[in-house]
Design a protein. Sequence first.
Length: 86
Amino acid sequence: MTETNIEGLVRSLVTPLLEHPDALTITKSEDDRFQRYVVDVHPQDVGRLIGRQGHIASALRTVVEGARPRRSNSKKVRLLINDHRH
């Protein structure tokens, strides 16, 4: 799965969970070890995206990490959810 497909996967997994899907932004950054996808949502949707005790966020991270290519030089994928409530 390519980087664009991973961003599309994140978008398709996250959008149904949101009450304000128009506020969703996904920002990609890379370094030598990781591809980071930072998910920004409306402050009222942060709790819905994280889930009770982080179960939804953990499941999203598992699916996204499982979708990355399994080449030896493939970077690990990190999914970060910005919490603007604090």
